[in-house]
Design a protein around this ligand. Structure first.
Ligand code: ADP
Ligand code: ADP
Length: 224
């Protein structure tokens, strides 16, 4: 069964029709990219799935149940990472667990595992301002993985990572998605990135935002 179902979603901001008639299903362990030009509604759709923006009409179902707001089964990674500047990498990554009352030894064990997975082992005691933009972005992603949500929603997750580190970071993420069987949905405007990382590309066109094509890149990642 699909983890997320998007049913006939429409979104209006006043008179502006941002999305019209969006129907999609997302499966466990798969990575889907929402791709399209600026203004086609990618971020709006991602935030509607996250429960952060209400749809005008239509329905989002997660694990078979209709949802109307955010929930622990969905983790959203903001474009600006939303890290706590006064807390270390370890504390930031473990913060979602802290909110859920997970005790510190267990919390730190889990946080360390994801810090390592995103390539930041050794940076546990650093503060956000001591890290580059790309490293902060990875902290945000480690935090999303640490809370063990079924669905990870990311807005331009690779935008702050520089060229040299991007491919490695993408590979780390692909490995995590496969390993943990998460449902991974992310927004990008880069075709290259979408083709490299996705199991499926949903191409949106603007005014109003609609699905123009769904592409299965059928790529052999091991070959590139
Ligand atoms: P994308 O992520 O593809 O660039 P967005 O979802 O950000 O697209 O925006 C889709 C359309 O909705 C754009 O025309 C944008 O200006 C408009 N829009 C987005 N957010 C708001 C908002 N909060 N209020 C009014 N219009 C908005
Ligand atoms: P940006 O600074 O463009 O946001 P990155 O964070 O990917 O992008 O990289 C910035 C600098 O930080 C690079 O010089 C990179 O080598 C270094 N860097 C990134 N990740 C690590 C890491 N895990 N360990 C050591 N250095 C890193």
């Amino acid at each position: 069964d699909p983890v997320v179902q998007v049913r006939d979603i429409c979104k209006k901001y006043g008179n502006l029709e941002a999305l019209r008639g969006i129907n999609l299903e997302f499966q466990r362990g798969k990575l889907t990219t929402l791709l399209g030009p600026s203004g086609c509604g990618k971020t709006t759709l991602l935030k509607i799935i996250a429960g952060l923006v209400p749809a005008t009409t239509g329905e989002i179902r997660v694990n078979g149940r209709a949802v109307t707001g955010p929930g622990p089964e969905r983790a959203f990674v903001f474009q600006d990472f939303a890290l706590m500047p006064w807390a270390t990498v370890l504390r930031n990554v473990g913060f979602g667990l802290e909110l859920r009352g997970v005790e510190s030894v267990e919390r730190n064990r889990i946080a360390c595992r994801y810090i390592e997975q995103v390539g930041l082992a050794g940076f546990e005691d650093k503060y956000p301002h001591e890290l580059s933009g790309g490293m902060r972005q990875r902290v945000g992603i480690a935090r999303a993985f640490a809370v063990n949500a079924d669905v990870l929603l990311l807005d331009e997750p690779f935008s702050a990572v520089d060229e040299q580190n991007r491919r490695k970071f993408q590979e780390d993420l692909l490995q995590l998605v496969e390993l943990e069987k998460k449902t991974f949905i992310f927004v990008t405007h880069s075709i290259e990135e979408a083709v490299y990382v996705s199991d499926r590309i949903v191409l949106l066109s603007p005014r109003p935002g609609r699905i123009s094509r769904v592409i299965d890149p059928s790529i052999d990642r091991s070959a590139s």
